[in-house]
Design a protein around this ligand. Structure first.
Ligand code: F3S
Length: 404
């Protein structure tokens, strides 16, 4: 059995309450985590990404915890947030009520008071917070965690909201799990036959891996170079369907060379990918909402959307999710107008799963396998997983869709 984690004088001061009430609580949370995972010591983290932001998931108990924590809690490393339950500016357009909005704003005020940057996104690495290879982090959202572990080569466990906040306050986290070399080794080689055509296929690959490799870290091998949207889609689907927050990809990800090839190998082909896509979501019901941006889109994808929507009109509600930083860049590039003129809506700060506004849509089409999983599981919607192009076509093809 692991011994008690070693604490520096600095950390003892937190624990003794010499840095205030919230800092003591933060240290207690981290110490409990360290004991559970057998961490021997703590290490500085360079940033935190904190989940537990939407009032829909926090409720009054979570809000009260945050407000009390914010009385004297201050973050000591750069910290950003996961999506909130509404667009902080366009919440009325989302159909959010006054009372929810008021509580959601109080959540954000508490984080602001603690010094957290109010960037609410699951792709902070596309919105100004870009970790470097080898950096140790305390991030929370599963797709962000998997992307930075796998594609950037930074190191973070999937920290729950209180643990990520505590790490931001203390500036350190227990050293365990995916921080350590021993837990980042690939256990199975996955040879991909054919190619992956769209984000939906990468998501379907995450579903196949969840079924076939269980909790093992995969080393993927392909005859093509994966796209950056594809790597984000896989980063969202893999932890959703398997619980694994790290993958390696031969010739692509920064750590793959570091490891000996694992002994076991499986092959995944296009038929299996297509079957997983259909199984994930191909409900035949009339689509009442099309959405994209799970995970939040980058500027290149917004450019593509604006190009496809310019001069057209959507006939089915079409919601696009991204970070506020990307929306600001899109606005400067004149991309928001054609999207809005087409009748589509571009929202930031929030996501389709943690925003209660999407509950009213009983049948959704999306290019996100993770989105399908949660829209069905959390909101009970029927779901349809399709490529980004098919999503746009479907939005345009609704009853009111036409050339302007
Ligand atoms: Fe991001 Fe929400 Fe999807 S946090 S990955 S948009 S479920």
């Amino acid at each position: 059995m692991a011994g008690e984690p070693k604490l520096s004088g600095r950390l003892r001061a937190f624990l003794d309450g010499r840095e205030g009430k919230a800092a003591r609580k933060a240290m207690e949370i981290l110490l409990a985590l360290a004991r559970v995972f057998g961490a021997e010591r703590f290490v500085p983290v360079s940033s935190a990404q904190i989940s537990g932001v939407s009032y829909a998931t926090l409720s009054d108990a979570g809000l009260e915890f945050l407000e009390s924590f914010a009385e004297d809690g201050r973050v000591r490393v750069p910290a950003v947030l996961n999506p909130a339950g509404m667009d902080l500016q366009q919440w009325r357009e989302m159909g959010v009520g006054e009372s929810f909005a008021e509580k959601q704003k109080r959540v954000l005020d508490a984080y602001r008071k603690m010094g957290v940057t109010l960037t609410c996104t699951c792709t902070p690495y596309l919105a100004g917070l870009v970790p470097r290879k080898g950096e140790l982090l305390a991030w929370g959202e599963s797709s962000a965690v998997t992307f930075v572990n796998s594609v950037i080569g930074a190191r973070t466990n999937r920290e729950g909201g209180p643990a990520a906040l505590a790490a931001a306050v203390v500036g350190e986290a227990p050293l365990y799990g995916l921080h350590l070399d021993a837990n980042r080794m690939p256990r199975i080689e996955v040879r991909l036959k054919g190619s992956l055509r769209s984000a939906a296929d990468y998501g379907a690959l995450g579903i196949v891996l969840g079924k076939r490799i269980g909790g093992d870290i995969p080393l993927l091998e392909s005859g093509f170079e994966p796209t950056s949207e594809g790597l984000r889609a896989l980063s969202a689907a893999l932890p959703t369907y398997s619980g694994v927050s790290l993958f390696h990809w031969r010739d692509v990800t920064p750590e793959w060379r570091q490891w000996k090839p694992p002994g076991d190998t499986i092959t995944v082909g296009p038929e299996e990918i297509e079957a997983a896509r259909l199984e994930c979501g191909s409900d035949e019901k009339e689509v009442s909402l099309v959405f994209t941006g799970c995970p939040h889109l980058g500027i290149e994808e917004v450019q593509t959307l604006a190009g496809r929507l310019r001069g057209r009109r959507v006939g089915t509600p079409f919601w696009i999710f991204t970070s506020r930083r990307v929306v600001e860049i899109a606005r400067q590039q004149g991309l928001v107008e054609p999207i809005e003129e087409a009748g589509a809506k571009i929202f930031s700060d929030t996501c389709p799963v943690v925003a209660p506004s999407t509950e009213k849509f009983d049948s959704v089409m999306t290019d996100s396998a993770k989105g399908c999983y949660y829209m069905r599981g959390v909101h009970g919607s029927s779901v349809h997983l399709a490529s980004p192009d098919e999503c746009i076509d479907r939005a345009l093809a609704g009853p009111a869709g036409a050339l302007l």
